[in-house]
Design a protein around this ligand. Sequence first.
Ligand code: PMP
Length: 286
Amino acid sequence: MRTVYVNGDYLPEDQATVSIFDRGFLMADGVYEVTSVLGGKLIDFAGHSRRLTRSLNELDMASPVEMDELLEIHRQLVARNEIDEGLVYLQVTRGAPGDRDFVFPDPETTPSTIVLFTQAKPGLAGDVAAKKGIKVISIEDIRWGRRDIKTVQLLYPSMGKMMAKKAGADDAWLVEDGFVTEGTSNNAYIVKGGKIITRALSSDILHGITRAAVLRFAKEAQMEVEERSFTIDEAKTADEAFVTSASSFVMPVVEIDGVTLGSGKGGPLALRLREIYLDESRKMAE
Ligand code: PMP
């Protein structure tokens, strides 16, 4: 049985509880992070903790722990659960005021709730799935306007994955005014004439931690990067496409709305970037 962390305690998962009045449960008033683990070490913890701080600040939510303490909790969970490859999920909510009320509770009397747990994913960094790539469908992006905040409000992304599954695909790309914003749980890219194209950062998309690292590594490897919006039609004529996220790293996209890209297998540039990302990230893991 897993050991999880809840509000200061390490507990067996079946003994960890959160109040029914928790605002995460009642109002999706919470933020989260997912940090991957490779070789028992955390990938880009610094990036994830920085984004957590930003999400909390944007929502005027108190941080329940200091960031160095957070690193220690992550490490403890990885060690106690003997995670070699997998991820650590973290969630902070605005706590449980003991009633339901739209007005934010006073943080002095209602502390934030913090929960962390691990998920073992043996073979996470293996390249079998990456070589095959994933198929995506496009759906309308009807999410709220602050997608740069990593909130637990994941109903529409979840519905998007179900629409994809029903259509025989693996995931969905979200489209607004004809332009791709991002994937349901990842950032979206196309490759044209050797150039990597991805939407620029704004409140339209989550500022992916993997995105930042991948773009940095791409530039270091002399690859050309263009941060601009692209339409779903342009994507269908691209040489390659891929997505990035903490749990999928760099994952090639081989089909969009039934249109096959390139050879129909993971594209060479995406696969090379995946290799570079995994190598470099492992070196810096902590
Ligand atoms: N966009 C969305 C909507 C996401 O949910 C995620 C992953 N949580 C990402 C992008 C990728 O972010 P990261 O690389 O930090 O995992």
